[in-house]
Design a binder for this molecule. Structure first.
Ligand SMILES: [Zn+2]
Ligand SMILES: [Zn+2]
Length: 91
């Protein structure tokens, strides 16, 4: 059976049953399927980290505005906004 992913001809033992009842196998060999799963997990971890960073970088500015800053220049950018300058000057 040829894997549709890596194009290798492999023994049927390299494939898992997708549907046991109807004896249907996955078109990708187990090696490729594992690789694909690992990539998916990696992506999920990256998304998780992104969310965590986002939550950690929540800034409540003295002008009263809450914003998210991933990088220092986000803070600089915020401090140059009209909103920030106006509210700081009014205090
Ligand atoms: Zn394969
Ligand atoms: Zn501000």
């Amino acid at each position: 059976m040829e894997c549709t992913k890596c194009k290798k001809r492999l023994d049927i033992s390299y494939y898992s049953l997708k549907n046991i009842k109807n004896n249907i196998y996955y078109l990708h060999c187990d090696i490729c399927r594992e690789k694909i799963n690992n990539q998916k997990n990696k992506k999920n971890i990256e998304i998780d980290n992104y969310d965590k960073t986002k939550n950690n970088k929540f800034i409540l500015c003295k002008c009263g505005k809450e914003y998210i800053a991933f990088r220092d220049y986000h803070i600089v950018r915020h401090e140059n906004t009209k909103y920030h300058i106006k509210n700081i000057l009014n205090k």
